[in-house]
Design a binder for this molecule. Sequence first.
Ligand SMILES: Cc1cc2nc3c(=O)[nH]c(=O)nc-3n(C[C@H](O)[C@H](O)[C@H](O)COP(=O)(O)O)c2cc1C
Length: 188
Amino acid sequence: MNTLTSTNLLNAIYDRRAVRKYTKDPIERAVLERLIEIATHAPSAMNLQSWAFAIVQGEDRLRGYSERAKTHLLQGTGALADHARGLLEQHVNIFHDASTLLIVCATGEEEQAQEDCCLAAQTFMLAAFGAGYGTCPIGFSRPWLRLTETKRELGIPQDFVPVFPVVIGIAAERPESHGREPARIMWC
Ligand SMILES: Cc1cc2nc3c(=O)[nH]c(=O)nc-3n(C[C@H](O)[C@H](O)[C@H](O)COP(=O)(O)O)c2cc1C
């Protein structure tokens, strides 16, 4: 893993992209553990650190989970399901053929646990970028990951809540930025 010190913080913030093509190279366990340790330096409400990190590995395994997650998602109603109907034909495998999925889980129902998890996930993605890896959040998988039977199968405790799934791997593409709208600023 490259050292993070070689990556300027602003470069990481500006140049990180959602990567949807990965090489077949595996990620070492030590690298994942190091990136997760870095993620735990994110801020958390009352410093409760209400997060836990589930790692699922195996491209074929994730492809199978993708089918199940899509089926579940498309049976649902609401904005995410509607959005998915338009997009999932393009993204046949919702995990983009990556072989590692990290699921940042809230360790309970504390009021701000989900915010903690999102901050840890963003810290993880920036650290991963700095270390030479690509990442992509996979919100489409979340409804399926939250099912009782899925948590049981993956060994995630029932009182944990999958909040932020993100795949990681060596990027096989360099996506362009889609740009950003100017911030809506209110001087109050
Ligand atoms: C909460 C959340 C859920 C997302 N879910 C998905 C997803 O299921 N699949 C996907 O390919 N990208 C997903 N993305 C990535 C966004 O599409 C991407 O971040 C956005 O288009 C901006 O592109 P950039 O990250 O390259 O700047 C998600 C991003 C966030 C923050």
